[in-house]
Design a binder for this molecule. Structure first.
Ligand SMILES: CCCCC/C=C\C/C=C\CCCCCCCC(=O)SCCNC(=O)CCNC(=O)[C@H](O)C(C)(C)COP(=O)(O)OP(=O)(O)OC[C@H]1O[C@@H](n2cnc3c(N)ncnc32)[C@H](O)[C@@H]1OP(=O)(O)O
Ligand SMILES: CCCCCCCCCCCCCCCCCC(=O)OC[C@@H](O)COP(=O)(O)O
Length: 398
């Protein structure tokens, strides 16, 4: 292990990185709060300010991936679509199989200049995560409770609000609705079978309602769907802790641009279209596993310096007062003050560890975990509405 790699694995470095992220993040959250009155006077300006502020937070995590861990990202795509990336609004449909797939999404956003404005259909629980969740609130991220009866109006309303958004954005949809685990895969394939749908090897059965409502509400505003399939070389399963430890991964992403006009307008047809898309995504993953590559031409979009510069800016700004504080603390000689400071640091570490836990599949929700009774499976009509809704409420409450 080289000296630099040894340094990256040191706990003290992780503490410093987390300190900068947490303190700058909370400070930026506070600034975001101050944009609320501005929104009343000039909504579009307030949105633009929030895009910059959000960039200051999310690009720190991107910098950790790109510059600290040195993770490399390769894009597979067709060269005719390439000029559109970053120049139009798009709905991104991606597989949800890795702890840090959201971070890879962000990295590609950064490379095409849409990081600050990027959007997602996120589970409501994430809105309460300090820094990131609070930032999302001001960024007009669309939240769902994964209870269709409630989501159908709130999600449509939030999507309509995006129609006059002042900057180009990518709207990310994990149609599987939860991260892939063997148990969730088994349950969802049981449902696929009962609906007469072909089985998927590498994906959960997509939930079609969120996709339909997104396409319906962003039609005329978003130009295309970017069908994105992500995997990592050497069957790696990257984690945020790995990134903090400076571990280098290699991500491969296959993106196909599908003009929105090609997506059927009717709900049932749109659902069928999505099921077909997931069949194709499955075959791309199969090809990747067999050959080590996706279809399409290889492009290596270069990392940009801005995420690093932003990170250095916040580090310089916040490490200097920390140094002064520590020096003062030691020279004060007060055991009580030292003890209180250590206790505060421990509490902050526990908090950050909890936040990192939100990214870990092992600590994921029970959504999609519950087996559907045999009797309901035999009657697919009953699968759709109330019975599954109740099952999903029970899953989330358990
Ligand atoms: C190019 C580079 C990438 C660029 C990246 C761009 C932007 C980046 C921006 C941000 C990055 C940050 C990312 C943060 C990540 C956070 C992501 C999440 O939180 S994922 C979870 C939330 N999102 C979703 O759930 C979206 C998908 N879900 C839906 O669309 C749902 O339909 C819903 C709208 C949420 C409603 O949920 P509900 O549970 O009520 O679902 P349904 O009514 O759809 O469910 C019943 C339906 O599904 C069938 N089904 C399939 N499998 C199961 C199962 N295991 N259990 C039960 N039901 C299942 C079922 O048969 C029903 O079918 P039908 O539709 O026919 O009735
Ligand atoms: C600069 C780097 C600093 C790193 C310091 C640590 C910071 C910690 C940051 C935590 C960020 C929290 C963002 C959470 C995003 C998680 C996205 C995600 O993948 O959510 C899962 C849901 O889709 C589905 O949930 P499940 O039903 O699978 O359950």
């Amino acid at each position: 292990m080289g000296l630099l790699q040894l340094l990256k694995s040191q706990f003290i470095c992780h503490l410093i990185i987390c300190y900068v992220f947490l303190v700058s993040g909370l400070f930026i959250n506070l600034l975001q709060l101050c944009t609320l009155p501005l929104r009343l006077v000039n909504k579009q300006l307030a949105r633009r300010v929030n895009i910059v502020l959000a960039y200051c937070i999310s690009s720190q995590m991107v910098a950790a991936l790109e510059w600290w861990s040195g993770t490399e990202c390769t894009l597979y795509t067709d060269l005719e679509s390439y000029p559109f990336y970053g120049k139009e609004n798009a709905i991104v449909v991606m597989n949800h199989s890795f702890d840090i797939d959201f971070l890879l999404g962000w990295t590609f956003c950064e490379r095409y200049g849409v990081l600050g404005s990027s959007k997602v259909l996120a589970k409501k629980e994430l809105a309460y995560v300090p820094v990131i969740g609070w930032m999302w609130y001001f960024l007009e991220i669309v939240f769902c409770k994964r209870r269709w009866e409630e989501d159908r109006t709130t999600v449509a309303h939030s999507l309509q609000n995006l129609r006059d958004y002042p900057e180009k954005f990518w709207f990310l949809l994990f149609c599987e609705g939860t991260r892939l685990t063997p148990k969730k895969h088994q349950v969802s394939m049981q449902i696929a079978e009962s609906k007469g749908l072909p089985k998927l090897k590498y994906h959960l059965l997509p939930r079609t309602k969120g996709f339909y409502i997104t396409v319906q509400n962003l039609r005329g505003n978003a130009a295309a769907v970017y069908d994105s399939t992500l995997n990592f070389r050497n069957r790696e399963t990257p984690t945020l802790l790995g990134i903090l430890n400076g571990k280098k991964y290699h991500a491969d992403l296959y993106v196909r641009r599908i003009p929105l006009e090609l997506i059927p307008e009717g709900e049932a047809e749109c659902a069928d279209w999505l099921h077909n898309l997931y069949q194709e995504k499955d075959s791309f993953q199969e090809q990747y596993i067999q050959t080590g590559r996706f279809p399409g031409s290889i492009v290596n979009p270069p990392r940009r310096p801005w995420s690093l510069l932003n990170w250095l800016f916040w580090s310089c700004l916040l490490l200097y007062p920390l140094g002064l504080l520590l020096a003062q603390l030691i020279s004060s000689g007060s055991i009580l003050t030292i003890f209180t400071s250590v206790a505060l640091c421990c509490a902050a570490s526990v908090g950050v560890r909890w936040m990192i836990g939100q990214t870990e599949i092992d600590k994921g929700s029970n959504y999609g975990n519950k087996e559907v009774p045999e009797q309901q499976l035999k009657n697919p009509d009953k699968l759709n509405a109330a019975s599954l809704h109740n099952a999903s409420c029970q899953q989330q409450n358990s």
